[in-house]
Design a protein around this ligand. Structure first.
Ligand code: R2B
Ligand code: URA
Length: 308
């Protein structure tokens, strides 16, 4: 039977820091293996102590472009093309630091982003960061929206439309809430009205564990349902307030929430799933769509740094 995970009241939360694990206190060294960073090998407070905004997204190239874009937007000294991958010693994830902004790739799907988030949250803790906001910027399939619409997530829901994330821990299911920061979502929507070419809505986002069958696609290597059954499921999702489908939002929302990090999910829709499954839009149009969440988050960050 599913049980709600208790929030442990260790000293960490009171110190406004982010981890929720008493065992970390007893470790002499913490190796963030998938980042190729560690508490003994790197001076994490010096490297990351000033971080205030973390942006995560699936693709390494996109997160590099975002870092270069934010470098230019914040008018920082130096050449944006020269920024280097802090995780270059590993090809699991890419990480770029631009002033108070950290840009990291997380790969595709819940297990990949969840490993990255464990190490990111420990990194923020070891670096003594405070008041950090985290954004997931990504792509998604829309339900009943014109392609190119930016969806700012209200609730991240699972494939049963429940606002929760289930993790199996020691053979038991732990259920965690996927509530995101309402204020951030509203403020992002407000920012979108100031931007040209950034049609945006707030709505629920469904997170699945597969791109094909898991999202009701008829064009995977396997498919066990009819077109009618697919549309019935997607219409039910639409009635439940779901505006888009992607593959990481529930664990992202759950982990950020339990670790006291303000978080938002901003994904552009690449297609309208009520009209098809294949992503056939020309490449240059897709590239422009994927810049929309980046522009929106950059605007939000500039506003918070009072650069606007
Ligand atoms: C959106 O796009 C990817 C699948 O194409 C996945 O990572 C996601 O959430
Ligand atoms: N990403 C997804 O997970 N689904 C889509 O349909 C498009 C992008």
């Amino acid at each position: 039977m599913a049980v709600m995970a208790p929030i442990l009241h260790t000293g960490y939360i009171e110190q406004k820091q982010y981890v929720n694990n008493p065992h970390l206190d007893n470790m002499e060294e913490d190796i963030l293996y998938h980042f190729n960073l560690g508490t003994k090998t790197h001076n994490l407070p010096a490297m990351f102590g000033d971080i205030k905004f973390v942006c995560v997204g699936g693709s390494a190239n996109r997160m590099r472009s975002f870092a270069q874009f934010i470098h230019q937007q914040l008018e920082l000294p130096g050449n944006a093309d020269d920024i280097s991958d802090i995780c270059e010693g590993t090809d699991r994830y890419s990480m770029y630091k631009v002033g108070p902004v950290l840009s990291i790739s997380h790969g595709m799907g819940v297990p990949s982003i969840s490993i990255m988030l464990h190490e990111l949250i420990k990194l923020l803790y070891h670096a003594h960061c405070s008041d950090v906001m985290v954004f997931r910027i990504g792509t998604s399939g829309g339900i009943g929206l014109p392609p190119g619409t930016v969806v700012i997530t209200d609730k991240a829901v699972d494939s049963f439309f429940r606002p929760q994330f289930e993790q199996v821990v020691l053979g038991k299911v732990i259920t965690r809430s996927t509530e995101l920061d309402k204020g951030m979502a509203e403020e992002l929507l407000q920012c979108s009205t100031k931007l040209p070419n950034c049609p945006s809505v707030i709505g629920n986002t469904m997170c699945t564990h597969d791109f094909y069958e898991g999202q009701g696609r008829l064009d995977g290597a396997l498919c066990s349902f009819s077109t009618e059954e697919k549309l019935e499921y997607l219409k039910k999702a639409h009635e439940a307030g779901i505006k888009n489908i992607e593959m990481e939002s529930t664990v992202f929302a759950a982990m950020c929430r339990i670790c006291n990090l303000k978080a938002a999910v901003i994904c552009v829709t690449l297609l309208n799933r009520l009209e098809g499954d294949q992503i056939s839009t020309p490449h240059d149009v897709l590239v422009e769509y994927q810049q929309r969440p980046q522009y929106l988050v950059a605007h939000f960050i500039k506003k918070h740094l009072t650069l606007l």
